[in-house]
Design a protein around this ligand. Structure first.
Ligand code: NOJ
Length: 551
């Protein structure tokens, strides 16, 4: 096997800086907070930390609305703090990965302010402007990712500007070469600081399709931009240019948020022949969403829906490219709450997910709080929520004829704020996250679910993750081995092997909250390396039990 790169052998931890640790008492996390907890992250075997955006921003979408790419938002700290973070992390063999948002900026970005000032401005062409239809309405009937039209009227230009996401996130015009060059310069500015890589936001949307009406998909007479507007032919020309102008020559990886790339297109997108090192896919996560547009309903899913999606990704990246494994991130509700809303033993379910996360072939992306077994929150009113898309979810559910109570239940299930509540460090007030008022309420389980308590309990989710990280160090087959699914179509057990020459590991994860028998020949000749329940009985898996065997 070809020599693996450092980022293929490590674990990436996604930090949501706003909710990580506040060192200022302002109620929002800081870069100094992350610096303080680097030893904690090192104890999880983490070799890279992906920070969601920390650039200057009005924070209407928590940093995914950038007002100045060249500086750190004062709420998080200063450029010196960032330099210190990179240096302190490096001392612990940890690289810092930044979020690169190149599809859009904030409407408060001076580039947009200039572009919107007049058609003659120097940056006139840096964003996407279109005249109204003859009747004055929007140029197309497209619905944005966060709901509503993709077009907003601008009085100073007497034109509409285009936005894939919220109206405060105008899309950059990638057809404008001057604009692209500026983005590349900006990206190199950060790489020169010694970053370990970039997570690239919403990149499938950078190339636009012709601005024409599309067939509406619902009674609101609009057509969904997520289906219409991604991976438009010509996008790879931009991305290849980005790769050569920005990434070539740096020891840094790219992982792109790239929904909708088909398996047969992967060679253009990842690996030696493609533009990125890894792609985040959505297929396995969509399993837990309501089907046929009824996303607001709890999904009726079966294990083969999930395992076949995972196996498809494992197979697609077996020869070319590399797979970023994840079950949680800042855009998802907590995995256990999403997949098992009725689970009783949620600790066991969290450990079981952790086992799969850390033993599939690829780089595990562990999201803040996942290592503690965080669950969703359920606040009593929509007003308690902060996330722009949760308000859209709530409105959509109301439009679909749901009552306010039912609409709130959808938000409970799917809100991105579920993943954004502050880190729980100890049982003190505000879970040790802040001495001020936290920007988002702390989960009310913080007295029992926190780093301090779990560090002293050998059976905790946190200690389980530490054991898994250690096992990845001890068992190279978990990093290098080929993947094979062992019981495709099984409705309870996800079983797979990892094999590298004579080295072998077998993983069985019971996705049912009841005892499930299994055929012991699956692990014949192997010994148990780790088991979620500590006392594995051959031939039967306990509710949510996961076991790793090795030779
Ligand atoms: C994807 C990011 O992960 C999400 O948090 C953000 O709202 C959108 N892109 C827009 O940037």
């Amino acid at each position: 096997m070809e020599q693996l790169a450092w980022w293929q052998k490590t674990i990436v931890y996604e930090a949501y800086p706003k909710s990580f640790l506040d060192t200022e008492g302002a109620g929002t996390g800081t870069l100094q907070g992350i610096i303080q907890k680097l030893d904690y992250l090192a104890s999880l075997g983490v070799g890279a930390i992906w920070l969601t955006p920390v650039y200057c921003s009005p924070m209407k979408d928590n940093g995914y609305d950038i007002a100045n790419y060249y500086d750190i938002d004062p709420r998080f700290g200063t450029m010196d703090d960032m330099d210190q973070l990179i240096a302190e992390a490096e001392k612990r063999n940890i690289r810092i990965v930044m979020d690169l948002v190149m599809n859009h900026t904030s409407d408060e970005n001076p580039w947009f302010i200039e572009s919107s000032s007049s058609k003659e401005s120097e940056k006139s062409n840096w964003y996407i402007w279109q005249d109204a239809k003859e009747d004055g309405s929007e140029p197309t009937n497209w619905r944005g990712v966060f709901g509503g039209s993709t077009w907003t009227w601008c009085e100073s230009r007497r034109q509409y500007y285009y936005h894939t996401f919220a109206e405060f996130q105008p899309d950059l015009n990638w057809e404008c070469e001057e604009m692209r060059r500026e983005l590349y310069r900006m990206a190199r500015f950060w790489l020169d600081k010694g970053l370990g890589g970039f997570r690239i936001d919403a990149v499938v949307y950078i190339k636009k399709r012709p601005f024409e009406d599309a067939v509406p998909d619902t009674p609101d007479s609009m057509a969904d931009i997520t289906l219409l507007g991604s991976n438009i032919p010509g996008i790879l020309d931009f991305l290849n240019e980005f790769k050569h102008e920005v990434m070539d020559g740096y020891d840094a990886f790219t992982v792109a948020e790239a929904n909708g790339v088909k398996p047969e297109e992967l060679p253009d997108w990842v690996g030696d022949t493609g533009v990125f090192d890894m792609l985040f896919e959505f297929n396995h996560m969509d399993v837990a969403m309501g089907k046929n547009g009824a996303w607001y309903k709890p999904a009726r899913w079966k294990l083969p829906d999930l395992t076949s999606a995972l196996t498809a990704s494992q197979t697609a990246t077996a020869q070319n490219g590399w797979y970023p494994i994840y079950f949680e991130n800042h855009d998802q509700a907590r995995a256990v709450s999403q997949f098992f809303p009725r689970a009783v033993n949620t600790t066991a379910a969290s450990k079981m997910f952790g086992c799969v996360l850390m033993t599939l072939r690829g780089t595990p992306f562990l999201y803040q709080g996942e290592e503690l077994g965080y669950l969703n929150v359920a606040w009593s009113s929509i007003d308690c929520y902060d996330d722009v898309s949760s308000y859209n979810q709530y409105d959509l559910a109301l439009q679909a004829g749901k009552t306010e109570e039912q609409a709130l239940a959808c938000v409970h299930l799917h809100s991105r704020d579920n993943a954004r509540t502050p880190m729980q460090w100890d049982a003190s007030e505000n879970a040790g996250f802040t001495t001020g008022t936290p920007w988002l309420p702390i989960h009310d389980d913080y007295q029992t679910c926190n780093v301090e308590v779990q560090s002293t309990n050998p059976n905790s989710v946190l200690e389980w993750y530490r054991s898994l990280a250690q096992l990845r160090e001890d068992l190279p087959v978990l990093i290098e081995g080929d993947y094979e699914e062992l019981l495709p179509g099984d409705e309870h057990i996800y079983a797979f092997s990892r094999t590298n020459g004579s080295e072998k590991a077998v993983i069985l994860a019971n996705f049912a909250e009841r005892f499930v028998p299994y055929d012991t020949t699956l692990a014949e000749g192997l010994t148990v390396a780790l088991s979620t329940h500590g006392n594995h009985t051959p031939g039967s898996l306990q509710p949510f039990e996961a076991v790793i065997w090795r030779n």
